[in-house]
Ligand binder design. Structure first.
Ligand code: HT7
Ligand code: ZN
Length: 876
């Protein structure tokens, strides 16, 4: 397909005011009658034909204003329908199409998941249901009549409020009619029909309206939906309190399905979820699962305002709803849990996914300006970097200025299909500021590199801070402009207290933030009582790669004393990362490894500080991952050397910190039965991290502790943590533990996904054969995205040594799987292929083999647009 370009945006020629759908569900022959009230758009091209999108559609009949159309007055293909020379006035178009939901393995449009009929329309799935102007700037009011066999689909759900339902006399069928009064783009359309169990509750909004809440799950699973319901009610209250956003329908339903391409979908009044992000019980879900459920329930709910009430003009504006909504869900989780721990987790995710994307051939701006396949732009850059940009807006403007901008955005654009420019204009207007330079964050790709150096003048008692910014070149962008970067900082005095941030011109760094605008800038802080240590980019306020001339002693000092918890964490990570990079190079060059003493000191101080939150300590103890180290090294990467170095460091730390780790293990256990709250989860996290580091020493007592932990666990967090330790550290005990785990949870696919993922991550040469064998396991299915992501996705993205085997067999296996999967589900295939995004940074032998595997994919005839786009850009 030809690339779509932002610069070529044109308003639609025809608008749709109302849509009446009559959908008669049948597994192989669903009949859809769509009645569209259309009119020429005064802003479109005069005299235009009506051109509607389709995808694999079969047209059965077509009428204009009630009159069947002659074959000469229209042209229909599976991918488009054109009505020639329509009257240039309001018309009614009636279209009948025939679908086969059971044969729909792409999971876009109308499909079946474990017998339940469901839909996924974002980004371009509605065109697989009926011919339609499938673009987000065409907003219409929908009424949907759904009809099905009563036995097969006793539950029939649609967008909006239910207006009528009942049996169809004299038949075994029944119907329901749903009406959604809010105009919406077709990507927010949804329907569900199936045999589902309902968990019911209600919510009273700030203005006293009662909303009926329902979570629908497969029969027998309603006992696992309680946490999701609780998270939903907390989200609804939080959005009223934090953003003044109140819910706007009588009903809010969520349906959990087992086959889903992504995490969840924010269809108006009818969210559809991957069941992984709804179902949880202490026996089957980890603390991380609970936290994800809370965040994703909130995220989809928050879209009701940021995405649904104000939608996107076109798909280039995707970050307008996704970046902003991720920011909102991050803030929600921070308020519900620990803000510093949430920030640390978010930054870890940002660095591992988005920084990696930005550093390779798939780099693109937060708002891309061209695409071939929009499904490939639901990326860490659009979501996570998009959220960072909104966060920076808040840092630049302050909380009040930010909320003034948000209020104006909701007022000015409610009901609109908006752009990034519209969004930024609200902040500029509400605050009387110019955001032109800030807007570069949306258009320039790549992670800015910031070099900060501090110089202390003992005689003058001044500190000079020199900062230089550089934006690396990225695909298609060779001329980079300096960015507006908010540098949050503190000057930490010898007693740990922050010194004033007064500059030599008498001004203050407002709210602890310096605004960088030029390639190089200097700041002088005069009249300081002592030499401070600069704590830079506090809270990771700017998503940049920072390097500085801080010494290891300075970092150890910050790890002990910084008032900013994120930077305390980051100081330790910097010490660890520097050690790991240097030690990896030393190993490759046969030189002596550097001393881990500063790291041991910083970690020891953290572990021994009883005032710290256990969840925070657990985060500090978690070393940078193998891919973090690879990214820091940047070129000529040898994953085996990285793995050996990291493994050795873990062993050294386990030995050096043994008494403190043993104390943490024995004292941190939460009292009483399992509760998923943040404090209890934090204690479990610390205990399980200690268990893991101790087991890294390999002694039989430490492995024995893990075995006991596994056997004694009364919840999935502890059981799976112990199983992971055994799988990675104790080959002789591994198989028995894996078998016991499988036997216990064999009937629970979501738990078996954990079992698949863990085995795929074992860093041993036998893993590829194990993964190949597991693809034949009865619990594995190529048709289910969760299974594919667990087994093959984990192998490709979370097993650095085995995916990157020196013989290239890991690449060949993943390429082969991508090709098989492409015929079933191209979206999932393309995501899997994106695991190759860092191939150019590898040492020459591996890079050559990765390139050959990619070429093999590229040369295969009949690739989907999804895979063809990724492989093309990866090789470019
Ligand atoms: N807005 C939703 C995106 C989504 C999606 C996109 C393409 C294909 C399938 C999909 N399922 C969900 C989810 C969200 O970010 O909220
Ligand atoms: Zn979203």
């Amino acid at each position: 397909p030809q690339p779509v370009r932002l610069s070529q945006y044109r308003p639609p020629d025809w608008l749709v005011d109302t849509v009446h759908l009559d959908i008669r569900l049948h597994h192989s022959a669903t009949r859809v009658i769509a009645r569209l009230a259309m009119r020429p758009n005064p802003e479109g091209r005069e005299g235009s034909p009506i051109v509607l999108d389709g995808d694999e559609l079969v047209l059965k009949s077509l009428a204009l204003d009630g009159v069947p159309l002659a074959g000469t007055s229209y042209a229909a293909t599976p991918s488009s329908l054109t009505i020639f020379a329509p009257p240039q006035q309001p018309v009614t178009v009636e279209i009948e199409t025939l679908l086969a939901p059971s044969a729909n393995t792409k999971l876009m449009g109308l499909y079946r998941s474990s017998g339940t009929y469901c839909t996924q329309c974002e980004a371009e799935g509605f065109r697989r249901i009926t011919y339609f102007p499938d673009r987000p700037d065409v907003l219409a009011v929908y009424t949907t009549r759904i009809e099905a066999e009563r036995d097969e689909a006793p539950v029939l759900l649609g967008n909006g409020n239910k207006v009528e339902s009942g049996p169809i006399e004299g038949t075994t069928r029944h119907f329901a009619i749903w009406h959604d009064p809010w105009p919406k783009p077709c990507y927010l359309f949804a329907l569900v029909g199936g045999k589902l169990e309902r968990v019911a509750d209600s919510f009273t909004t700030a203005t006293g309206k009662v909303v009926e809440l329902g979570i629908y799950v497969e029969p027998g699973k309603s006992g696992r939906a309680g946490y999701a319901m609780d998270a939903l009610k907390r989200s609804m209250r939080w959005d009223e309190e934090a953003f003044g956003c109140e819910y706007d329908l009588d009903v809010f339903n969520i349906v959990a399905v087992a086959d889903f391409n992504m995490g969840a979908m924010e269809n108006k009044g009818l969210n559809v979820f991957n069941d992984k992000y709804v179902l949880a019980s202490p026996e089957t879900a980890t603390d991380a699962d609970y936290a994800n459920i809370e965040a994703i329930i909130a995220h989809e709910y928050f879209h009701n305002w940021t995405g649904n009430r104000i939608t996107c003009r076109d798909w280039f504006q995707l970050c307008l709803k996704e970046g902003l909504t991720v920011f909102r869900d991050q803030e929600f989780s921070s308020d519900q849990r620990s803000r510093p721990v949430k920030r640390i987790a978010d930054v870890r995710l940002l660095k591992s996914h988005q920084f990696a994307e930005d550093a390779g051939p798939l780099a693109h701006p937060v708002r891309p300006n061209t695409y071939r396949e929009i499904n490939n732009f639901y990326t860490a850059t659009v979501y996570e970097k998009g959220a960072e940009v909104v966060r920076m807006l808040k840092t630049v403007l302050g909380a009040e200025g930010f909320h003034a901008g948000m209020d104006l955005y909701f007022d000015r654009h409610d009901g609109d299909a908006a752009t990034v420019e519209d969004f930024l204009a609200c902040f500029a207007d509400a605050n009387g500021v110019d955001l032109e330079q800030f807007a570069l964050w949306y258009s320039q790709s790549g992670t800015p590199e910031l070099r900060a150096e501090t110089y202390w003048n003992e005689a003058a008692r001044t500190l000079r801070l020199d900062v230089e910014q550089r934006l690396p070149l990225t695909p298609g962008q060779t001329d980079k402009q300096p960015m507006l970067i908010p540098l949050a900082l503190g000057l930490v005095g010898p007693d740990g207290a922050d010194l004033p941030l007064t500059l030599d011109d008498g001004s203050n760094a407002e709210r602890g933030v310096l605004l960088l605008r030029q390639p190089k800038q200097s700041f002088v802080f005069p009249d300081l009582p002592h030499r401070p240590v600069a704590s830079l980019n506090r809270g990771f306020a700017a998503p940049v790669k920072l390097s500085s001339n801080l010494t290891t002693d300075d970092l150890v000092f910050l790890a002990r004393n910084d008032a900013d918890p994120f930077n305390r964490f980051d100081a330790v990570q910097t010490i660890a990362l520097t050690h790991l990079v240097t030690a990896t190079q030393a190993l490759r060059e046969g030189e002596a490894a550097p001393s881990p003493a500063p790291l041991v000191e910083a970690l020891g101080a953290t572990l021994g500080n009883g005032a710290l939150d256990p969840a925070f300590i657990a985060q500090v103890l978690a070393l940078p991952s193998e891919s973090d180290i690879a990214r820091e090294i940047g070129r000529d990467v040898d994953p085996d050397a990285i793995h050996s170095t990291r493994r050795l460091l873990r062993r050294t730390l386990g030995e050096a910190l043994r008494p403190a780790l043993e104390a943490a293990y024995s004292h941190a256990a939460p009292a009483g039965g399992y509760s998923p709250d943040a404090a209890s989860a934090g204690r479990r996290a610390l205990r399980n991290t200690a268990l893991d580091l101790l087991a890294a020493t390999g002694t039989s007592a430490d492995i024995g502790r893990a075995l006991t932990h596994f056997d004694a666990a009364d919840n999935m967090t502890d059981r799976f943590a112990a199983l992971s330790v055994l799988a990675h550290a104790a080959p002789p005990d591994r198989e028995a533990a894996l078998a016991a785990f499988y036997d216990r949870f064999r009937d629970d696919p979501l738990v078996i996904d954990k079992w698949f993922a863990l085995q795929a991550q074992i860093s041993e040469p036998g893993t590829l054969e194990r993964v190949r064998a597991l693809t034949e396991h009865p619990a594995f299915a190529m048709s289910n995205p969760n299974r594919v992501r667990s087994l093959i996705g984990s192998f490709a993205s979370a097993n650095q040594t085995q995916f990157n085997r020196p013989d290239g067999a890991g690449y060949e296996f993943v390429a082969e799987t991508v090709l098989t999967l492409d015929g079933i589900n191209p979206q999932v295939a393309a995501r899997l292929l994106a695991a190759f995004k860092s191939w150019r940074a590898l040492e020459a032998g591996r890079a050559g083999r990765a390139q050959s595997a990619l070429r093999r994919v590229a040369e295969t005839p009949g690739l989907s647009p999804d895979v063809s786009d990724i492989v093309g850009r990866a090789l470019d």
